[in-house]
Design a protein around this ligand. Sequence first.
Ligand SMILES: Nc1ncnc2c1ncn2[C@@H]1O[C@H](COP(=O)(O)OP(=O)(O)OP(=O)(O)O)[C@@H](O)[C@H]1O
Length: 717
Amino acid sequence: MSEKIRQQEEDYLKSTYHQLQKTQKTLSEWLNETKQSGQTMMSKITEDIKLNVDGISDKLDSFSQIEMKNREIDQYNIKIRNGEVTLDKVNRLLENPYFGKIKVDFLDEEEPESFYIGMHGFSDANNDNLIYDWRSPIAELFYNNEIGPSSYNVRGNTIETSIEERRQFVIEKDKLITYFDTMVSIQDDVLLDALAKDDTKKMRDITVTIQKEQNVIIRDTSTPYMLVNGVAGSGKTSAIMQRIAYLLYNMQDEITSEDVLILSPNKAFIQYVSDVLPSLGEKNPRNMTLLQFAQSYMRRHIESEEHYFKRISKESMSKETEYLRDGQFIHYIKDNVYREFDSSKLFDDITLRDKTIISKEHIKQLFDETPNNSPHVDRVQGVKQRLLSSWNQRLIQQSRTKKIHDQVTSLTEEQQEKYFGHLIQDDSEKSLTRYAEQLLRKKYKKVTQQINRYRWLNQEILFNELFKGFSGVTYQRQMAPITLDEAIAILTITHYYVERLTMPNMRFVLVDEVQDYTPAQLQFLLLLFPKSDFTMVGDENQAIFNTNTPFKAIEALFTSDGKELTTYQLLTSYRSTGAITKAFNELSLSKNATIVPIRPQGEEPVLIQYNELSDINQVVTDILTELNGEKLTIIVKTEDEKALLEHWFDELLDVQVTSINLAKGLEFDNVLLWGASSEHYNDVRDQKILYTAFSRAMNRLYIAYNKNISPLLSYLL
Ligand SMILES: Nc1ncnc2c1ncn2[C@@H]1O[C@H](COP(=O)(O)OP(=O)(O)OP(=O)(O)O)[C@@H](O)[C@H]1O
């Protein structure tokens, strides 16, 4: 029986592979020919256009011809691009044509049908679907991992079916290495095999082994907001990357990667996930940290990532920072847009080389003339328009005066080149006025700039008065580059009181490590992207920064305006061995939910006692000997410790040192947690740091401590 099945599957693979090869050949030839004929077309077009411009006196006719040719070029480029994208998919399928199959009874009179699932859909010349894309509706049945009654969703409609067979394949090109049927194998060997692979510097896609509970997260578009609370290593990041690929495929008529924004925890993480979507044949969307995002809207410098992490890793924060992080402050800013400020201090002179060009009194008068029942931002915009237009008038008037004409005519040739890019050719009155205007605009560029950049509006006053109005205390600025907390408040104030920020209209915003966002940051994102769907993933056990927001509060914040939010919990962990998972499960704060490991038990964590810092040499040498050529990552609690340890291992390629802040979201084969002593780790936050650090390890975990081990780890003794 099984020989017969094998033969059938091999035949299917052979014929599919053959069709793929045929398509690859036809497509490559077509692309080559089209590119060649395209080159001939291009040079002919260039030739034609040149002839037209040289020879035809009626330029309009010539322009419309250029326009037509441009359209031809666009059409040609689209054709080529589509051909290349398809060829790319076929090439990917030639490496691994498909990985799953389901035999589905649609509960009608018809025979059950088989569907093969792969990275992309593929059909032969008769339009018969040989492979279905993993994101197609029917593929949901494969990921449901059920035999017997099962259902799938097509555009909101549920289709009931019965699954007769579910098969997983391991295929390399046209070779069927092996296959497993869900009925006979309880443990998922394909999954275990995928999980046993060593870490790479880059995250891999999980298409072949997406689990049922992850599949729900990838496919659910029923509510605008989704919040996933998943234990360490439960595939939250993997699921959001797969989800983006799913959305781009299923909504290809509505969205492109430009409509998606990923907010990542740190810069290293952005690098770490950057291969996943391209390997699935999709373009990477914009992926940034909140710091980078805020900076892209500000001229002033915001603190560096390193500084930010240092600051949010402190035990405590100032009262002022607490106010800035309060989501209510963002609300307060939004709700006070009709407020009057002390207008005697609100405006500054516009100056040039210490000379007042436009006085603050004049600006104040313009402001007072705007209707005080308009939102502040509209009043400021009104003033700006009037400033620009009166300044413009002033320049035009001045450009007509004899004095400035004289100035123009007395310019040296060098100055003429500098101001006009050529020498003055005509000294008629009209022409001199034109040159004069040009000269004045250059000379007074800084004034126009000041008007456009709101240098005349003292935004510090707006900030200080709003802060005091909300908190009752005066704000004291601490240091030179502004903090991210300040930047979020400043940007919100800018948006409602100065100039509305123009945000790209994101259809989907995906936030990783959402537990590390402050309520103000989340509120800010909601204000900027009111129409976007949010997918937020995180783990309360990894809330190691003083910025964190509890999941209940995130839920409340996102549902406060009546919109729906779906929550999911993930309790299965895929990253670490059973022994390591058990070790960080002990540190979990949610005692009523046990983390389930998928990987085999592996080696128990190893405890190492040391006497002084210099012992690290011997400790690491011993570990490296045991690891026999594998790499080791040392994780420490702070940036300062990282700096201290790093120089010991400058030369050692097999060892890297990282702080827990920067290791967030990443994973490593073997981890040594250095400094797990009682004076270092003793409170709830430390417990979360230990949980986060342990859960970075895939295979081996070493824990080194000086004198006494942290009481939080006594369960390991
Ligand atoms: N279904 C799956 N098939 C194969 N590998 C998986 C699957 N789910 C997760 N993994 C692997 O498990 C590891 C952890 O996944 P991921 O980083 O997405 O988890 P996470 O929940 O974001 O982790 P953390 O919050 O601890 O940073 C990765 O190596 C990922 O490839």
